[in-house]
Design a protein around this ligand. Structure first.
Ligand code: APR
Ligand code: PHB
Length: 391
């Protein structure tokens, strides 16, 4: 098998890249180790930055998003039983975000790819990337019980944190930067209308809580829990009672309860691999970097990476210049580190570390009080939340 761009992984990064290349007249093959149903069921965050919305629309993948997605013009911060709304358009010159689940983005991109795009092989596991520093990189993979080789001009590793692409970069050329957090998120889906029309990020002495949603009739809620928590050790009643405590306000706001249809625990980690390119191998999305979910930057970062790659390769096809491909890693990393900083700030401002001291608590409250009283501080959060520019 031969193609111009071999793409490993059919998460949002790999799927959107295949679509962008198709639209630019560049052929690709996508290899995905899981089956289609698995990829379409995986629960992930659901906030699309303004720039991500614009990219999906321009790529011809925004039709259902525009019909079913919910435009959000702000979030609420909750602390000390107080409520403070951050108004995005007012602070950013008109930007907002879209609530539309990552699984839905993936479903839309898979349908488009199978209908109009190049090959997308499910249950095709990449085993290794070879010859990354030559003109003829290859992906060895296993599909339907047999081993095969995909010959490429370029390989893009969109295979997530546990993928194989990153391993093809010699250890001596790699640097990694990492932080793990001593807590995770217990996330639930519940068949009940969201108790607020915008997302609520709550800081509480018992730990962080987040109110999000998937649709006007489905709520997505999270509780900070110790890192090694088993989701099944929390009964539905315990989850609702704890959410109620952490979202408590001084006014008459109430939390609506409903049947819980899904429960799981997400670990929290910050991770960056530098560089994001080695020869003709490029890393994009979770293959190169992880952010903790506070602020929902993961998908949006992946989108920025593949837009940068598609732009760089198109530039090369049109002008013969490798300039933008050579700049790929530095271009992406600048934005990646801004998102890392933003996600780290949100995480440390809102979560209670197990060893937090009363001093730490007061500093968190002072940071939140500053946000609630300074337009400059609030603007910084609004700019970060609605997204940093690509490129
Ligand atoms: N061969 C083929 N496919 C693989 C391999 C392999 N060896 N290893 C992993 N994959 C696939 C996974 O099954 C998955 O479908 O690569 C895909 C990677 O997708 P994601 O993990 O969704 O990563 P990415 O596309 O970079 O999207 C980033 O995902 O983790 C969330 O919060 C994160 O929203 C962000 C988004
Ligand atoms: C989600 O809806 O899953 C979500 C929303 C906002 C976040 C993280 C997750 O910051």
């Amino acid at each position: 098998m031969r193609t111009t761009v071999g793409i490993i992984g059919a998460g949002p990064a790999g799927l959107l890249l295949a679509r962008l290349l198709h639209n630019a007249g560049i052929d690709s093959v996508v290899l995905e180790s899981r089956d289609r149903a698995y990829v379409e069921r995986r629960q992930r965050a659901g906030i699309l930055e303004q720039g991500t919305v614009d990219v999906l629309r321009a790529a011809g993948a925004g039709e259902r998003m525009d019909r079913e997605g919910l435009r959000h013009d702000g979030i609420e911060l909750r602390f000390d039983r107080r409520r403070h709304r951050v108004d995005f358009p007012a602070l950013t010159g008109g930007k907002s975000v879209m609530v539309y689940a990552q699984t839905e983005v993936c479903k839309d991109l898979i349908a488009l790819q199978l209908k109009e795009g190049g090959p997308l092989l499910f249950e095709a596991e990449a085993l290794a990337v070879e010859g990354a520093d030559t003109d003829h990189p290859r992906v060895r993979f296993r599909h339907e019980g047999a081993e095969d080789v995909l010959e490429c001009d370029y390989v893009v590793g969109c295979d997530g944190f546990w993928g194989v692409a990153r391993q093809a970069i010699p250890a001596g050329l790699s640097r990694t930067f990492e932080r793990t957090y001593p807590f995770g998120w217990l996330g639930i889906l519940a068949d009940v209308a969201p108790s607020h029309d915008e997302l609520v990020y709550a800081r509480h002495d018992r730990g962080f809580a987040l109110l999000s949603m998937r649709s006007p009739s489905v709520s997505r809620l999270y509780l900070q829990v110790p890192a090694d928590t088993d989701a099944e050790s929390w009964s539905d009643e315990e989850i609702w009672a704890e959410l109620e405590r952490r979202f408590e306000t001084a006014d008459d706001w109430t939390l609506r309860r409903g049947p819980i249809t899904q429960k799981s625990v997400t670990p929290m980690r910050s991770y960056v691999h530098e560089p994001m390119r080695h020869g003709r191998l490029f890393l994009a999305g979770d293959a190169a970097h992880i952010v903790p979910p506070t602020g929902a930057k993961g998908l949006n970062l992946a989108v920025g990476d593949v837009v940068t790659f598609a732009r760089a390769l198109t530039h090369r096809e049109e002008t013969g210049s490798d300039g933008l491909l050579d700049a790929y890693s530095a271009t992406c990393l600048r934005r990646v580190w801004q998102a890392e900083r933003f996600s780290y700030d949100m995480t440390t401002m809102l979560h209670r570390a197990p060893d937090a001291t009363p001093f730490d608590d007061r500093i968190q409250l002072a940071r939140l009080d500053r946000l609630a009283s300074s337009r400059a501080a609030e603007t910084d959060l609004a700019e970060g939340y609605t997204g940093f520019p690509v490129g």
